[in-house]
Design a protein around this ligand. Structure first.
Ligand code: GAF
Length: 383
């Protein structure tokens, strides 16, 4: 059992700087229960925070910038000039520099600091390791600097770091899940108004579990497919004379007004997915957890057939989980690999995971990983 991220972050801080941190700040990864590629269309999402976190051990430091050390051991230093120029700090440290850049861009003055990171959020699995990194660093710098940045405004700053400094055109879901989630709840977020409702989500009470299967098929937002989906959606909204696809009120009329079949499919996914989020929330409010299963499965079919963002590994995981008795299953996250979630009877989780493992072996795919996810808290100071 590896050390907890907080232990690793603290040890790393001591080893790198020969001093104790002023504090430890944790921010989680997430799974998205439903609502995929709806966030940048001003729509609805329903993620929940994982117990997996990235922890930033940090202390203010008199000097000319920021130093950060992570798993690879060698500290990365950047000064005010690099923090002022998007893209100047490459690799994972660019997310840290991006947070400094975005805070300054929002009118704040983050303090020069030393940081050390520890994380158990799987990287490249579509579980928002980037948002966890941004959110842990953001929360640390806000606290260390006594910056007056309310919690509900923090996700947009972290998103700016990723959009404008790192250059990934993500929406606001992942940073919102990492910052604003509540333990035992899913986060119902209106991505236009940024209003949230914390929806109780304790499936164990109903004898259920959310099984997360990591397909181990590589997942990348940076190669153009994500950006391509986003620009198709934005162009479709413009062609329909709308601010965003969220504003489609008559799907048939919208589809009839578009002449490109691919665009029509992308629009159909977004509009029907928004409705599935609303329907899921309604069922959860009524305590009808098992009944969300078909909505999860319909979401997957829509991502596979209309949005074209699934890969054979995740399709296999979903089909196998359903055959093995899951109430519903879908890919979660941006797509092109990553994880599948399946709503299963709690005592069937290992059986379902085992069926997926065998199906992967039969097809010659790399072995998947799995765990049962329970909703954890959003970003917080640990000590
Ligand atoms: C990725 C992005 F970062 C999110 O903003 C969201 O668009 C998601 O893909 C798809 O729902 O995680």
């Amino acid at each position: 059992m590896p050390d907890a991220p907080s232990v690793r972050a603290r040890q790393r801080f001591r080893a790198a700087y020969d001093a104790d941190p002023a504090g430890l700040w944790a921010a989680p990864g997430r799974v998205n229960l439903i609502g995929e590629h709806t966030d940048y269309n001003d729509g609805y999402v329903l993620p929940f925070a994982l117990p997996h976190t990235t922890v930033a051990a940090a202390a203010p430091h008199e000097g000319d910038g920021w130093t950060v050390v992570s798993d690879d051991g060698s500290p990365v230093h950047f000064g005010a000039a690099e923090a002022a120029e998007p893209g100047a700090v490459p690799g994972w440290a660019g997310y840290v520099a991006g947070v400094v850049w975005a805070l300054r861009d929002a009118g704040f003055d983050p303090p020069p600091a030393r940081l050390a990171l520890g994380s158990d959020v799987p990287v490249g699995a579509g579980l928002s390791s980037s948002a966890a990194l941004e959110s842990s660093v953001l929360t640390a710098l806000v606290d260390l600097g006594g910056l007056d940045l309310p919690v509900d405004r923090r996700p947009a700053v972290a998103q700016r770091a990723e959009n404008a400094y790192v250059g990934v055109p993500c929406g606001i879901m992942d940073q919102s899940a990492s910052v604003r989630s509540r333990a035992g709840h899913a986060l119902f977020l209106d991505c236009r108004t940024l209003d949230v409702e914390h929806i109780p989500f304790d499936v164990a009470r109903d004898g259920l579990a959310v099984l997360v299967v990591d397909s181990n098929a590589p997942h990348k937002l940076v190669d153009g497919e994500y950006a391509n989906r986003r620009s198709t959606c934005e162009a479709a909204a413009a062609a329909l004379g709308l601010t965003a696809l969220r504003d489609v009120t008559d799907l048939d009329a919208a589809l009839a007004a578009l002449d490109d079949d691919v665009t029509r499919r992308r629009v159909r996914h977004v509009v029907t997915e928004n409705q599935r989020v609303l329907d899921t929330v309604e069922l959860l409010r009524g305590g009808r957890v098992r009944e969300i299963g078909p909505l999860l499965t319909a979401s997957h079919a829509s991502m596979r057939d209309d949005f074209a963002i699934t890969v054979p590994e995740v399709d296999t995981a979903v089909e196998t989980a359903l055959t093995a008795g899951a109430y519903g299953a879908r890919m979660t996250g941006g797509g092109f690999g990553g994880c599948v979630i399946a709503l299963v009877d709690a005592d069937a989780a290992e059986t379902v995971a085992d069926a997926v493992r065998r199906a992967f072996a039969d097809r010659g795919f790399a072995a998947p990983d799995h765990f049962v996810a329970t909703p954890g808290p959003g970003a917080t100071r640990l000590e």
